[in-house]
Design a protein around this ligand. Sequence first.
Ligand code: PGA
Length: 250
Amino acid sequence: MNKQFLYITNWKAYFTFNQAHQWVQKNKTALATLAKNNTIIICPSFDALAIVSPVLQEAGVTVGAQNCSEHAAGAYTGQVLIQSLKEIGCTYCFVGHSEVRAELHETTQQIAIKAVLLLQAGITPIICIGESAKDYEIARGTQVIEEQLAPVLQNIVTQNTTHKTIVIGYEPLWAIGNSSMLPADYLNKQLETIKHIVHTITPSYNTPVLYGGGVNAANIRTFKDNPLLDGVLFGHASTDFQILEKIVLL
Ligand code: PGA
């Protein structure tokens, strides 16, 4: 019921083109009811974006992309332009998702470039950061998020973009795809560090901070009750409409 709390879903590559299309057709009416009082952002895979975007928008759901090219246009095989995302109606786009960092070797420098280009196009970047299980074990978690976030925000502030909303997604790698809950005091320490960095580098930006990693219907209340959080990011749980609905309504 809270307009301010953001629900960002990441469909990753769970659906084929046909499955994504069928999912929105089947659930568009119920989605429209859900989106009346809640801010829901769905990020389908590139192949399905153009076909599902108008249906989602019609239902009052905001559309986002899972990645983008760091180039304006040109000979870049396999890449998707920010301008195309804009034409399709995307107003959000992930950068720095841990799966893209790992699989496609996306670097902090590329993330910083993409974040600025997105802001210049009027698209809100969802900047994902998070430490690995190993970094958590050796107590490097805080240092990792500083190293990942500060250079990206620094680049944004240097360019002084007109669009001034940035979403930060804190997603510890060891929580993605499973339901191991972070100790509450550890989560809060990480969130406070993020807020401190944001406050220091980009104080004039509106910067909601979200948690992602294993969010489901059983643990959602913990995150909604956390005053340091402005929303959640979730992947697998968002592919089942009934679970998505529970997460929003619980
Ligand atoms: P998950 O994924 O909800 O399936 O853990 C979250 C994410 O990777 O954004």
